[in-house]
Every structure is written in structure tokens, then in C-alpha cells.
Design a protein around this ligand. Structure first.
Ligand code: G6P
Length: 367
């Protein structure tokens, strides 16, 4: 069937606004909101016996995997390695049999990710695909598949595929945690509650699109933009920088906030917008102090936090948005939205082709 843009100007914007619905639909496949439990589909291997996890992907899917590393290490107490597929496949890493290898791919057809999957199979790993296209090659060649129910994603820059990948990975982290006895019933219930509320929090935030539009006008003329975050906010910073590069052609870099003083601080002056992902969690103070360092050098900080976090900032940022307050575990899912919208509005201000950015392909099926 033909897929239209509905009332939206671009597929990307339509897909951004679909997120509450497709995240809710994806969560429904695993989350029982009344019981506050997660039930994973039956897998052909025992999660309790998994000793290490490897996540392999490209592009935006790689950043979803990078968030999952924090989650799985935290709630399942399992060591996780995340790899870019094109690096992994040629490195020929030694692997102990019986590990779990997870392949994240919206299309399920990315050549490098597929090659990595074949390598892992040959090296006796359990293989689990996380795809948006059930009949895709990566799904067919994996032992088991978890599905994102994002629906067809047309915009080349991934949005709803990313956030639905995140919710599946959050559920998987809880499932692994329970299988290993690493998570209490109470923690599982808390995370389930937070996940169940996420679609509503995102919908709430999407109503403030005009505020992001305003902020974007001040970024469109920048030559370089820096994105900072810590913990699961770090991969969101990387994803934000990728989105901006992809569709607005502005040079952007994502950095772990703690690495600021090891290099990127040299770039800061009043011409460099610095986008900061900073929910109030146990790392808030650390990131907030990096923000002060940036502001002391004239950097134009755009501060994404919540009411409490915006209020606690010693010097007000150039621009700040208080996002809905959420449990820190689900913060990366919510904070993905402002960086998507920011990239979109900057691209519109610059007049680029948002849905079909130059030189990029939706699915990279050849090397
Ligand atoms: C291309 C797309 C990206 C996507 C990446 C990985 O670069 O433009 O949006 O994140 O491929 O694609 P996959 O289908 O494997 O998730």
C-alpha cells in the first residue's frame, strides 16, 4: 500500500510524531502493565546461561545498542560489548562458544551486520536479531528474532525505528536480569511502570515542538555543533550529532561529557552551540559542572533536562527545555525526541532535503 505523509510536511516529521503509538504497540508485545512484568518471547536458548553479550550494528542502530550496554550491565550484571559491524567483521575477534550475539538492524539487510551475524554463527554464538522487517535476511539467518513494531520507516534518518529498538532492548535487559536473578521484583515493577508511561511522556513533549523550532533557528547558521551526555545520555548525544549531520549537513560531534576536557573544550567559543542531554540522575551534577565549564568559555549551551535539572543549574543556559520528569532508566528514550526534532528543524531552516539527504541510503546492502 502507498504510505502517505498525512498532515505532515515530511515523512521524518510524521515518523517522529508516530513514536508514542509505535512505542506503545511495541511495548504491548512484552509488557504487562497491570502486573508490571515483562515476558520475552520464548527463545531457543537459555538466557540464564548466557555469560556475555555482544551487540553488533551500524549507524543509528549501533547507538541503540550502545544504550543497551548500559542497561544490560546495570540490571542484568552481564558484561556487554558493542561493536560497529564493519569493524567487528574484519577484526575476526576470538569468541567463546555459547555467548549471546545481538544484531540490531531496522532494515534487517545491512551488509556489514549480516556478515557479522554469519561470523558469529560460525563461531558458535547464540544469535538474536532485533529488526523492523520480520522477513528480512538478518531475521531469517538468526536463531531468534525480536521485532520492533515501528511500521515502515521512509525517512532516511532513522527515528521511530531507534526508539522502538530502545524499548525492546530495555525489555530484554529486564528479561536477562530476571533470568539471572540479578533484578528484584520491585526493580522490575519500577522499570515496567516507567516504560508503560513513556508513550504518554513523549506525546506530552511532542506538543512543544514549536519551542524546539525556536531553538533550531539559532543553530542553523553554526558551522560546528557539540553534543554532550553521560551514561545513557552519551549515546543519545552521539545519535543527536548523527541526526544533525545526516539531514542539515552541519558538522556535529557527540562526546561523553567527561571527555570534554580531553579535547573538545578547545573548540568552544560563542559560535559553537553545545547541546547537553542532562536528565536528573546520579550523574546530573557531573554534567552540570561540564556545562559551567562550557559557559565560562562563552559556549552557547542548549540544555535538555527536566524541571528540577533546569532549576538546579547555577547559571542559566542560553536555551533550556524542561522535559517531563521520568525515571532515569527510560530517560534515553524520551531524550531521543528533542535531538530528532532539533535536527529536523535545523534542516528545514537550512532548506535541505530532509527525507532524502544527499549521499545517504536508507539501507546499505552493499559494502
Ligand atoms: C543507513 C541508514 C541509517 C541506519 C543505518 C543502519 O546508514 O541511513 O538510518 O541507521 O543504515 O541501518 P539498519 O537498517 O541496519 O538499522
Amino acid at each position: 500500500a502507498m504510505i502517505g505523509k498525512g498532515q505532515h510536511r515530511h515523512f521524518m516529521l510524521k515518523e517522529i510524531f508516530e513514536q508514542p503509538e509505535v512505542i506503545g504497540g511495541t511495548l504491548n508485545t512484552m509488557l504487562n502493565p497491570a502486573e508490571r512484568t515483562i515476558t520475552l518471547p520464548t527463545l531457543p536458548f537459555d538466557l540464564a546461561s548466557v555469560g556475555r553479550v555482544r551487540i553488533i550494528a551500524c549507524g543509528t542502530s549501533y547507538y541503540a545498542g550502545s544504550v543497551a550496554k548500559y542497561w544490560i550491565e546495570k540490571v542484568a550484571r552481564l558484561p556487554v560489548e558493542v561493536d560497529i559491524a564493519s569493524e567487528f567483521r574484519y577484526r575476526e575477534p576470538p569468541m567463546e562458544p555459547g555467548g549471546l550475539a545481538i544484531f540490531i538492524s531496522q532494515s534487517g539487510e545491512t551488509a556489514d551486520t549480516l556478515a557479522a551475524l554469519r561470523y558469529c554463527r560460525a563461531n558458535h554464538q547464540h544469535t538474536l536479531a532485533l529488526v523492523n522487517v520480520p522477513e528480512s535476511t538478518i531475521s531469517r539467518e538468526s536463531e531468534a528474532t525480536l521485532l520492533t513494531l515501528a511500521g515502515p520507516e521512509i525517512g532516511v534518518a532513522s527515528t521511530k525505528a531507534f526508539t522502538t529498538q530502545l524499548v525492546v532492548l530495555a525489555c530484554l535487559a529486564v528479561g536477562l536480569g530476571r533470568a539471572r536473578g540479578a533484578i528484584t521484583r520491585e526493580t522490575e515493577a519500577t522499570i515496567c511502570q516507567a516504560l508503560a508511561e513513556t508513550p504518554a511522556r513523549i506525546a506530552e513533549f511532542l506538543r512543544r515542538d514549536d519551542e524546539i523550532h525556536q531553538i533550531a533557528q539559532g543553530i542553523a547558521e553554526a558551522r560546528d555543533v557539540l553534543y554532550l551526555g553521560r551514561g545513557t545520555g552519551y549515546p543519545i548525544a552521539l545519535e543527536g550529532a548523527l541526526k544533525l549531520k545526516e539531514i542539515s549537513y552541519i558538522h556535529a560531534e557527540g562526546y561523553a561529557a567527561g571527555e570534554l576536557k580531553h579535547g573538545p573544550i578547545a573548540l568552544i567559543d560563542d559560535s559553537v552551540p553545545v547541546i547537553v542531554i542532562c536528565p536528573t540522575d546520579e550523574l546530573y551534577e557531573k554534567t552540570a559542572s561540564n556545562v559551567q565549564e562550557v559557559m565560562a568559555r562563552g559556549g552557547r549551551v542548549v540544555f535538555f533536562s527536566d524541571q528540577e535539572g533546569v532549576g538546579r543549574l547555577a547559571t542559566p543556559a542560553h536555551a533550556a527545555m524542561a522535559l517531563p520528569t521520568v525515571h532515569p532508566f527510560v530517560a534515553p528514550i524520551l531524550y531521543a525526541i528533542p535531538v530528532q526534532l532539533l535536527a529536523y528543524h535545523v534542516a528545514i531552516a537550512k532548506g535541505t532535503d530532509v527525507d532524502q539527504p544527499r549521499n545517504l541510503a536508507k539501507s546499505v546492502t552493499v559494502e
